[in-house]
Design a binder for this molecule. Structure first.
Ligand SMILES: Nc1nc2c(ncn2[C@@H]2O[C@H](COP(=O)(O)OP(=O)(O)OP(=O)(O)O)[C@@H](O)[C@H]2O)c(=O)[nH]1
Ligand SMILES: [Zn+2]
Length: 353
């Protein structure tokens, strides 16, 4: 499993203040017997981790957070170190003592910031280490919602995931009118529809399979867009792909928000059955701007407090103009890029779920 054995962040484990003069590392729990695991799903404080230790077949181990993790969140997709009861037998419970460095984080804000692992703004890490966010939207039935797609893009860009749009049900309508709005974002758009009365088109499916093979992909989309149809086509035995735990995510325990399913050709699909929206209260205009490399230099002349939302400089400003308008008018970047940036920026505050 390629995700295991990555480097570990030495700051992951909070070390209690020491009164002695010994080096701090001596006080850190050593856990030389720890095993590496990959968090497949999370349900009410219990983490299902895929573990392989070289001598035995890989297995699923149920674990809880060790006290020494403090308030640090553990998310699906995290690489972790486990100690304790790691044999994976029924009723055994291991402890997660370390969390590996993260390549990406898919966050969402939520009201209940008291929940374990919620950050200062109440944001929660939904998935760690994913390569891409696959936003699934239907051409029709249900109608695609631009605000929802835009919010997904903001979450992807600011969390270091590559966004992809997959438009389903292309047998029912033309995807172009909706997809055209994303042209300036260079967003890969794949289409998928039924070739026959029942089956998804094999060419469409092959393109999606290509996209997800050997990568970690998070799938999000509204109910009814065809996400399950797609997941079942990509992971034929989805119910068994995680040793049966996917049943946990889909059914009884509705609090489960994400589950990793192994792709037969390599890579992982992380399905998010309970996720219909992304709260983006934690994303600032500058967070988003940093993901628009071509626009970034144009803000040097912005007034203090400019939120770049329009030519008037935004609410918190002194009334001076946002420098981006003049800069783009002078031939930098493109008006379409600026318009796309501002549309995504505005989507943070909408509730178009
Ligand atoms: N015409 C057409 N129908 C499709 C396509 N993909 C899925 N459907 C149908 O759309 C309906 C919803 O599909 P699902 O896969 O259950 O949608 P979902 O997004 O998983 O929805 P939830 O299970 O509610 O989260 C089903 O009746 C599917 O058969 C497609 O490409 N074309
Ligand atoms: Zn500005």
């Amino acid at each position: 499993m390629s995700r295991l054995g990555e480097s570990w962040d030495n700051d992951d484990v909070r070390v209690r203040p020491s009164r002695s003069t010994r080096p701090r590392t001596k006080n850190r729990p050593r856990h030389s017997d720890a095993l590496s695991g990959f968090v497949v799903t999370v349900d009410r404080g219990r983490y299902t981790c895929l573990v392989e230790d070289g001598t035995r077949r890989e297995r699923l181990v149920t674990a809880m957070r060790a006290r020494e993790l403090g308030r640090r969140a553990v998310a699906v997709g995290d690489t972790v170190e486990l100690v304790g009861e790691t044999d994976g037998s029924i009723d055994s419970l291991a402890r997660i003592v370390r969390i590996g460095d993260r390549r990406s984080v898919l966050r969402r804000s939520q009201d209940d910031s008291a929940e374990a692992g919620a950050g200062p703004g109440g944001e929660k890490i939904l998935v760690a280490n994913a390569d891409q966010l696959v936003v699934v939207a239907a051409v029709t039935d249900p109608e695609p919602r631009p605000g929802f797609v835009d919010r997904c893009l903001v979450a992807a860009y600011t969390g270091d995931l590559d966004p992809v749009l997959v438009m389903t049900k292309t047998d029912l309508a033309d995807p172009a009118p909706f997809a055209d709005a994303y042209a300036a974002l260079d967003l890969p758009v794949l289409t998928i529809g039924r070739a026959t009365g029942r089956a998804l088109g094999p060419d469409d499916l092959a393109a999606v399979r290509d996209l997800v093979t050997d990568r970690v992909s998070v799938l999000v989309g509204h109910s009814g867009v065809g996400k399950s149809t797609l997941v079942n086509a990509l992971v034929p035995d989805a119910d068994r792909a995680t040793g049966g735990v996917s049943g946990v995510g889909k059914g009884r325990h509705t609090s489960t928000s994400a589950i990793a399913l192994r792709l037969p050709g390599g890579g992982w699909i992380i399905d998010t059955p309970g996720v219909r929206s992304f709260g983006l209260a934690h994303v600032t205009p500058d967070d988003l701007l940093e993901t628009f490399d071509d626009l970034l230099p144009g803000t040097v002349g912005c007034p203090p407090g400019c939120d770049h939302s329009g030519p008037d400089g935004g609410e918190g400003s002194t009334g001076a103009a946002c420098a981006l308008d003049a800069w783009v008018a002078a031939g930098h970047a493109t008006p379409e890029r600026l318009a796309s940036f501002r549309r995504l920026l505005a989507s943070r505050g909408t509730t178009d779920y």
